[in-house]
Design a protein around this ligand. Structure first.
Ligand SMILES: Cc1cc2nc3c(=O)[nH]c(=O)nc-3n(C[C@H](O)[C@H](O)[C@H](O)COP(=O)(O)OP(=O)(O)OC[C@H]3O[C@@H](n4cnc5c(N)ncnc54)[C@H](O)[C@@H]3O)c2cc1C
Length: 327
């Protein structure tokens, strides 16, 4: 039991960044075990062409199911594919992303295989026979360490918790047929994407997030300008802001919004309520700007700027622009 299985997420026939993160996580585990990484991917005809990019990130074998009915994510088909592959061989672990799709699929597979699942995993390692993982608990108030002794152990890894890395392997394709299902209980008939020109919050290396301290929807221009100065940033918001209708709900970060772990998270006029921290405290570097030096956001911040957002943010934007011009 040294091999590790991965479920590869695609969108519009292309692999998502979280897929490469999941393959990288699986590679790290397989290297510790001395085993191989097998990847299951489902999609429209021709999906096996993605094997090359999976191989680049460490996949030894790519189990590809291509069929015209798989243009959209189909939960019943994906569950059957992953579960039947898991039963046909012995895997020590199965890795998913804790993305919206992964959070839908991983519990289905865990139930089908009657095994254990750790969700929203932020780190993992093997200690003897056990898989030891950490994940935020109690809306991010604590980081829990879990010991998973069942095999295969299912892990849904938080987007951004593992940096995708290239480690070229064969990526040999094994084509499999569409599983025969008695009747699909759920069929995805349409996927409506949000603003595809915007960077996805789960994939952006930098997030600039605004809170009620910005006072009005139009002042989000400050946040947009700071994000644009970084060049690789997405814009997020607190629930106070999305409830006010200043930003769409899709931008909300926190317990009832998106869970993110970017390299850099800039919190602008955000108090740092526990429900907001639940979605962003695992970010690699947190910068907070708030006029109240007692604001709870400063407890999780790596760098804190006590000041008025209407003065600090334009100055920061100008400084980043000039640093980039000088570079
Ligand atoms: C069940 C439940 C689920 C929730 N889920 C979420 C969630 O997913 N995400 C989420 O974000 N919240 C969530 N909340 C809401 C959460 O409790 C907070 O109300 C919310 O996060 C506060 O948003 P805020 O920081 O923008 O606003 P506030 O708490 O009002 O903070 C505004 C901050 O701006 C600062 N400020 C004001 N003016 C300036 C200025 N000129 N310059 C600098 N700083 C200034 C203030 O000092 C203050 O700290 C949830 C609540 C519940 C009950």
């Amino acid at each position: 039991m040294t091999n590790v299985l991965v479920y590869a997420e695609t969108r519009g026939g292309q692999p998502r960044k979280v897929t490469f993160e999941a393959i990288t996580a699986a590679r790290q585990l397989a290297d510790q075990l001395g085993g191989a990484v097998h990847v299951v991917v489902a999609g429209p005809a021709g999906v096996e062409a993605l094997a090359a990019s999976f191989g680049e990130h460490g996949a030894d074998v790519v189990v590809a199911c291509g069929h015209e009915s798989l243009v959209h994510y189909q939960p019943d088909v994906a569950t059957a594919l992953v579960a039947s592959r898991a039963r046909s061989a012995t895997y020590r672990a199965i890795v998913f992303s804790a993305s919206a799709q992964g959070k839908d699929l991983a519990p289905r597979v865990a139930a089908r295989l009657r095994t254990t699942l750790a969700s929203d995993v932020t780190s993992f390692s093997l200690r003897g026979d056990a898989m030891v993982v950490t994940h935020p608990g109690y809306t991010g108030k604590v980081i829990q360490t879990l010991k998973l002794v069942a095999s295969p152990a299912l892990l849904a890894v938080r987007p951004g918790a593992v940096a995708a890395a290239k480690q070229p392997k064969a990526g040999t394709v094994e084509a499999v047929a569409l599983p025969e299902l008695p009747s699909a209980r759920v069929t995805t008939t349409e996927t409506v994407l949000g603003d595809t020109k915007k960077l996805d919050l789960g994939e952006a290396p930098v997030i600039v997030s605004g809170g009620r301290g910005l006072k009005a929807a139009e002042h989000f221009a400050l946040v947009e300008e700071l994000a644009a100065a970084f060049g690789n940033a997405a814009v997020g918001a607190t629930r106070a802001v999305t409830d006010e209708g200043w930003r769409p709900h899709a931008d909300q970060i926190g317990q009832t919004g998106r869970l993110v772990s970017p390299d850099l998270y800039v919190a602008v006029g955000i108090s740092g309520a526990i429900q907001h921290l639940a979605g962003m405290r695992t970010s690699r570097c947190i910068v907070a700007i708030n006029k109240d030096k007692e604001a709870p956001i400063f407890k999780v911040a790596d760098y804190g700027i006590v000041g008025d957002v209407f003065e600090v943010v334009p100055a920061l934007t100008a400084a980043i622009k000039s640093a980039k011009q000088g570079a």
